[in-house]
Design a protein. Structure first.
Length: 162
């Protein structure tokens, strides 16, 4: 599998994969069949409970393209590969990621392209190129809204006439 190859090519990189609680046992079996349970630099977990810490330490993020995830990624100025969920209304995650991709602020890989090796190749390219990761992290920063909470609160107060 792609993760086996990447784990071997990049033994200095720690790969964390959150499966979700529902799929954890199935993924644990798949990891064992692929020999990933023996890789010291691969961790499978049902949920990443210290996501804020892991995201802050990460050199590269691979995640869905929901609004909150994009917001967090942009605020952290992290290089990211967005994999939009194909199971959302009006394909909004793809549209979110595409807008950022078109401005150079992320890489975009759709699930339908997994079989072509696009995800593996994109991960490898980014892990090998510090400059490219830096450029992506710099460009996603323009999507950050550090004062969003205050702006929303202010707008609510305006709407309520407070």
């Amino acid at each position: 599998t792609a993760l086996c190859t990447l784990a071997d090519k990049f033994p200095e990189v720690e790969f964390y994969h959150a499966s979700g609680k529902r799929d954890y046992m199935r993924m644990k079996d798949e990891f064992a069949r692929a020999g990933l349970d023996k890789k010291k630099n691969v961790v499978l977990t049902d949920y990443i409970y210290d996501m804020d810490e892991r995201m802050a330490r990460a050199d590269l993020l691979i995640c869905r393209a929901g609004a909150m995830t994009i917001s967090e990624t942009a605020l952290l100025c992290k290089a990211v590969i967005f994999i939009p969920s194909p199971y959302v209304v009006a394909n909004h995650q793809y549209k979110n990621a595409k807008a950022i991709y078109d401005r150079g602020g992320c890489e975009l890989v759709e699930e339908k392209d997994f079989a072509d090796g696009k995800l593996e190749n994109t991960i490898e390219r980014l892990l090998r190129d510090d400059g490219l990761r830096f450029e992506i992290s710099r460009k996603i920063k323009v999507f950050a809204e550090p004062d969003a909470n205050e702006r929303i609160y202010s707008e609510i107060k305006n709407l309520l006439g407070i």
